[in-house]
Design a protein around this ligand. Structure first.
Ligand code: GLA
Length: 731
């Protein structure tokens, strides 16, 4: 059993293959966090708690005159405010007469097999027969009558513990929740680094590694989406932790809305980490008997460095997150019309592009923005999901048939959550968008946000989207969301419930996705929010892949995809070859390098094939052939970051290794070149030490050991922005 309770020591032990997570009940019933790290045999970790009389660290009343017991320094599993702990709390609430303390004591626990669904929100699920157990611990507070249920889903084989929290109002009066963290982990010391991923539109998930420092370092989003600016994933690691050594802990939130991840180093040099819904612009009113469910946080520990941690997340997100059968099925190579035509097309132009794409070996043609309503530019049409007959005279049904006749599948772009003021939908329902009372709405890319906290709006979207998907034969849908949400007020909600709007928006969105995406398992859905502005596990629950960034510059993509790879599997990142000079950065990079970078993901094209030279078209055919040859290794293999674009100015390299270690693909892109340069070497990883490999196009055979210890010479002749792919095969 992955979950144990040891009654003598009042200790809860969660065990995965390589890690242990231990909690214990204090002498006054508080739930203390004892340990999270390498798997241990111990059942009593009491010796790790030290008790001192510390100035200005108050003592709970039940401790009597014992000045050594203070919640100000004890490591807690679910910390609360107004009881002498001054670190940021897991919960903040106001109940009954305005009291705000919550003093939860362990009142019981239950262990159940499997992983349960979380109300209204995506969460990890267990495959049938998989060794997964759930522990639920109940904390009761007789005064506030708030009851807290802490859930721990233990994926034993996969080294993952997924946590979530539910708060129930058991009292007779209203309770207002102001903060509820999904996971809190207290560390006894703080000699760690914090790694997080930051960015902006067209430059997402840049890696930052900083020492944990006194005070609170908080990352998060207040934009109504998980955001380009910060990803809901962070790592705490030992100072000496690298790709293949050292301890590290991952925190990933399965949520697509406003979130925070906080790392707080306290006065006693301890560290507290929180992950949950951002308390800014959030409050939730619970009437007697009502409950609030916080999203799930996926925790993992690795003792073998950052690669080990990434492998844990890649595996669980590949196998236990996405609902689509396409999580395992092979996905077609696509060409997307956006950078080929933007809004400037008609059916003839699109069919011309499509037939050239088919000639290149493309398997799926995606018609991006501009095909519906009066959508000639981005100022109109969102909300009117019927074909623009001025542009697509033959209609979507016939367009789809013609694409199929070319031997390709057909995909469409939609942006269901938005409305243009210049649209039929807005003229009919101006009250359907988010705005502040008495003020005109804030525009973003000229568009307004539909109020998905309203059930009527969600139901309208469900019937409109399902109607659209049923009308034409569509195998792929790109679901976009192209602005940050600014307002948090809904016309239908009561005054005292306005703090709920942004979370209710997310619940509404998940409800719509449940009813549209999960009802069409035959369609591949691709997530998008101006590229990677909503690249999070909750979106990956619905969509097996997400457009990684609007930035298709192959050199910038080295950083974007590198950062993304820490938590997210390669099978989730959509990456395309586009033209040069790049439309966003103006940089020119060889065609082959653009292919190499885009093959580090779900591969495709984002260009007008009618404008390619015959040589370029031939290169596309070759790229498609090559990608297909390594498709399984890329999609399901283990991923190794060989050389970081942040630390190595000269080249970036990565490696895909098949699960059986028989096949591997090494990719290198040169990012800087000096005259009469040094010969650089690259150590490979993930191979079988005592097996021998052949490198495609090279003479000789080499042991895994030599390739991983001495490495391979990076081909000297590669110039700046040139790259190479090396296929390895075990013999
Ligand atoms: C977003 C997407 C792009 C494209 C445009 C269309 O920016 O990220 O790929 O679909 O919208 O408007």
């Amino acid at each position: 059993m992955a979950v144990r309770y040891v009654a003598e020591t009042k200790t809860f032990i969660l065990e995965t293959k390589h890690s242990s997570y231990v909690m214990a009940v204090s002498r006054y019933g508080n739930l203390l966090h004892m340990y999270y790290g390498a798997r241990i045999p111990d059942t009593d970790l009491d010796y790790l708690l030290t008790f001192q009389d510390r100035g200005f660290s108050p003592n709970p009343n039940e401790a009597g005159n014992d000045r050594t017991f203070s919640l100000d320094f004890l490591p807690q599993e679910f910390s609360t405010s107004r009881n002498g702990d001054y670190r940021n709390p897991s919960v903040e609430l106001i109940w009954g007469e305005g009291g705000a303390a919550f003093s939860g004591r362990v009142a019981g626990y239950e262990v159940r097999p499997g992983a349960e669904r979380i109300d209204g929100m995506p969460a990890l699920w267990a495959a049938s027969g998989e060794k997964v157990d759930t522990l639920e611990i109940t904390l009761e507070d007789p005064v506030s009558q708030a009851e807290v249920k802490l859930a721990y889903v233990v994926f034993e084989e996969k080294d993952v513990i997924a946590r979530s929290v539910k708060l129930v109002n058991r009292g007779q009066k209203e309770l207002r929740l102001e903060r509820l963290m999904s996971a809190t982990v207290d560390f006894r010391t703080s000699d760690y680094d914090l790694i997080y991923f930051t960015g902006r539109h067209a430059m997402e998930r840049e890696l930052r590694r900083i020492p944990v420092w006194d005070g609170v370092h908080s990352i998060g989003s207040g934009r109504g989406a998980s955001s380009h600016q910060y990803n809901p994933f962070a790592i705490i690691c030992e100072k000496e932790c690298g790709e293949d050594q050292g301890e590290c802990w991952g925190f990933s939130l399965v949520y697509s809305g406003n979130f925070i991840i906080e790392a707080e180093k306290d006065q006693y040099k301890q560290l507290r980490v929180h992950a949950g819904i951002n308390p800014q612009n959030f409050s939730f009113l619970l009437e007697p008997g009502e409950e609030f469910q916080a999203p799930q946080a996926v925790l993992a520990w690795s003792g073998t460095g950052l690669t080990g941690l990434s492998h844990i997340y890649h595996r669980i997100f590949r196998e236990n997150l996405c609902r689509s059968p396409y999580r395992k099925k092979s996905r077609p190579i696509l060409l997307n019309s956006w950078e080929a035509a933007y809004f400037d097309f008609d059916d003839e132009k699109i069919l011309h592009i499509a037939s050239e794409a088919a000639d290149m070996g493309v398997e799926l043609f995606v018609l991006d923005d501009g095909w519906f309503g009066k959508r000639d530019n981005d100022s109109a049409g969102l909300g009117d999901w019927t074909v623009n007959r001025d542009k697509i005279k033959i209609g979507i049904g016939r367009m789809s048939r013609k694409i199929h006749e070319m031997g390709m599948q057909f995909g469409l772009w939609i942006e269901p959550e938005m409305v243009s003021e210049d649209s039929e939908l807005y003229r009919r329902h101006p009250d359907w968008c988010l705005r502040e009372p008495g003020r005109p709405a804030v525009r973003g890319r000229y568009q307004l946000v539909l109020d998905l906290s309203r059930r009527d709006v969600c139901d309208y979207l469900i019937s409109t989207m399902n109607g659209l998907l049923e009308k034409a034969e569509i195998e792929y849908v790109k679901w976009d969301m192209n602005r940050s949400i600014a307002e948090a007020w809904s016309a239908l909600l009561d005054e005292k419930r306005q703090g709920e709007v942004l979370h209710r928006y997310m619940l509404g969105l998940y409800y719509v996705m449940d009813q549209v995406i999960l009802k069409h398992p035959e369609i591949i859905f691709c997530g998008c929010s101006g590229g990677g502005g909503r690249f999070d596990p909750a979106m990956l629950y619905y969509q097996p892949q997400i457009w990684c960034s609007d930035n298709t510059d192959a050199v910038n993509r080295l950083k974007i995809q590198y950062g993304t790879s820490f938590a997210y599997p390669i099978s989730s990142m959509e990456a395309h070859v586009s033209v040069c000079p790049n439309h966003i950065t103006g940089r020119s990079v060889p065609f082959s390098t653009r292919g190499i970078t885009a093959m580090d993901g779900m591969f495709g094209y984002e260009l007008d094939p009618t404008k390619l030279t015959p040589e370029e078209k031939e290169m596309c055919r070759e790229q498609i052939r090559f990608y297909k040859k390594y498709y399984k290794t890329i999609m399901d293999g283990d991923y190794y970051r060989l050389s970081s674009p942040y630390e190595n100015q000269y080249f970036t390299a990565w490696q895909h290794v098949s699960q059986d270690q028989k096949k591997s693909l090494v990719s290198i892109v040169v990012t800087d070149k000096e005259g009469n340069d040094a010969q650089r070497f690259l150590k490979l990883r993930g191979l079988k030490e005592d097996a021998f490999y052949r490198i495609e196009g090279w003479r000789g055979k080499y042991s895994g050991k030599i390739l991983m210890n001495a490495g391979i010479p990076v081909p000297f002749e590669l110039g700046e922005y040139e790259g190479i792919q090396l296929g390895l095969k075990m013999i």
